[in-house]
Design a protein around this ligand. Structure first.
Ligand SMILES: *Cc1c(COP(=O)(O)O)cnc(C)c1O
Length: 495
């Protein structure tokens, strides 16, 4: 390992700019700094540009990133983020606008939001979209609150139960509880589908709805999805679709056509926004006709200028065809997020969709499914596969092989780090003991997949020949195996 970083600290503050910092030209009136508010004893570092650059580059090299290699994180989808998305999100015309600006001065921003609403509406086969929610979990909350508003407005207050399969993501029951509903778990059958018998037994007039993830977290498309929708609807409930991961469906299946009434997207999983570092995300919600009036707002509406009084334009300026306007849906569940949602994330998703087009989006899903099935086929028989079916964009092995009972999934995941890979998702979904959940994503080449397959095979061999190697892994990372509980409770934030 390299030497610990040396940052020279100077006592006190000199009041001059450090050499590593060049501020852009000032575009507001200059004012004195309120020095009395700055702690005199604060040892502000003053370093040269090269020291600053090295500090951050070294830090970045301690981290694994999707720009460095395969990141096969099942369910949480770490696909490559094309850099053009970053360029558009940084365009001055977007960056320099302020959310308090008058609508007429930000028509371009509103047009982008409106078009993104339309893209997502079309992709999912829905009647309306709100871009407000800031994350998948917040989209779920919005969806369940809309379902609740729907039943309430019909005077159907005794519906208090949300049905959730045992393979669901933990945010599903959490969103349900936050909405004041009770969760009832529905079993999966031996093929990994919703167990129809169990579902039928729970469908009654207390059911507000069901939250379904399809393909589910086993990476399997539910073979009875139409019957599931019919059962839930026939007892008066609505069907929620957890669309966090749409990577197997784009351009192939519209969830709206399967009978789903409300679905959230994770723009930071399917539509390429970088995530995983705790940065902003977006979880837009899309709804069928009967829920449009409850959408969280504001949403962007578009009016043709023919329907409106004439607008004055500056000399020589092209007359716009449409006017975009923020509106609150009629019986909206309200605001979930300040202003327009996470605008930068929305610009990235818009760029991603425009760059790919309809055909490109379909290819994303085709390749995501192909890559996952390729890995699955090459590793089948090396690791146990509790639900052995053709998978969608991901699949779930068990890390518990009969020949190496003392090796755990955690050991395999840690050993993968020595081979230069980010580990897959582990110990989720809960219905697979010692789960190893792999999602290669569509952006990986056959060469990368083959190298990963080779690493997984070698680790299986090592587990037999040299198990201690796995128990002690990782060996080659900046830090070794951490006490994860203590690391979370007493984080060391300085290095
Ligand atoms: C990631 C994920 C969520 C939650 O999304 P966040 O943006 O992390 O809140 C919900 N459901 C599934 C299936 C997911 O993979």
């Amino acid at each position: 390992m390299s030497e610990p970083l040396l940052i020279e600290l100077e006592e006190g503050r000199s009041g001059t700019l450090p050499a590593s910092c060049l501020l852009p030209e000032c575009d507001v009136p200059q004012a004195e700094l309120p020095w009395e508010m700055v702690r005199q004893e604060l040892p502000l570092p003053e370093v040269s540009e090269v020291d600053l650059v090295r500090h951050y580059v070294r830090l970045s090299q301690l981290n694994y990133a999707v720009d460095k290699g395969l990141y096969p994180l099942g369910s949480c989808t770490m696909k490559y983020n094309p850099k053009v998305n970053e360029e558009t999100a940084r365009l001055q015309g977007f960056v320099q606008t302020h959310p308090y600006q008058d609508e007429l001065t930000v028509q371009g921003n509103l047009q982008l939001l409106w078009e993104l609403q339309e893209f997502l509406r079309e992709i999912g086969g829905f009647a309306g979209v709100s871009l407000q929610p800031a994350a998948g979990a917040q989209g779920e909350l919005a969806g369940v609150l809309m379902i609740r508003a729907y039943h309430r407005e019909r005077g159907d207050a005794k519906r208090q139960v949300m049905l959730i399969p045992d393979s669901a993501h933990g945010t599903n029951p959490a969103s349900t509880s936050m909405s004041g509903y009770t969760t009832v778990e529905i079993k999966s059958d031996s093929r990994g589908n919703v167990d129809l018998e169990d579902l039928r037994a729970h469908c009654d007039d207390r059911v507000a709805g069901m939250m379904l993830t399809n393909p589910n977290t086993l990476g399997l498309f539910d073979e009875h999805v139409l019957q599931v929708a019919e059962l839930v609807h026939s007892c008066g409930g609505l069907l929620y679709g957890d669309g966090a991961n749409m990577n197997a469906l784009l351009g192939i299946v519209k969830p709206g056509a399967l009978g789903i009434d409300v679905l959230h997207y994770n723009l930071h999983k399917t539509f390429s926004t970088p995530h995983g570092g705790g940065g902003p995300g977006a979880g837009p919600v899309a709804v069928a006709e009967r829920l449009v009036r409850y959408l969280p707002g504001p949403i962007v509406a578009r009016y043709s200028l023919e329907d409106l009084p004439e607008i004055e334009t500056e000399d020589g300026e092209e007359e716009p065809q449409y006017v975009y306007h923020l509106v609150m849906p009629e019986a909206s569940i309200g605001r979930l997020k300040s202003f327009y949602g996470n605008f930068g994330v929305l610009v990235r998703a818009y760029t991603y969709i425009c760059m790919l087009g309809a055909q490109g989006l379909r290819e994303v899903s085709e390749n995501a499914v192909l890559n996952a099935n390729y890995l699955l086929a090459k590793l089948r028989g090396v690791y146990p596969l509790p639900y052995d079916r053709r998978c969608m964009h991901e699949f779930v092995f068990s890390g518990k092989r009969p020949e190496t009972p003392e090796i755990h999934t955690l050991d395999i995941a840690k050993r993968l780090m020595d081979y230069g890979y980010h580990p897959p998702t582990i110990y989720f979904p809960l219905i697979v003991p010692e789960a190893l959940m792999i999602e290669p994503t569509e952006t990986e080449s056959k060469r990368t997949l083959d190298a990963f397959i080779e690493a997984m095979r070698r680790i299986a061999e090592e587990a037999v020949a040299e198990p201690q190697l796995l128990h002690d892994a990782p060996h080659d990372t900046p830090v070794r195996r951490l006490d994860e509980v203590r690391a979370a409770r007493q984080p060391k934030l300085r290095w």
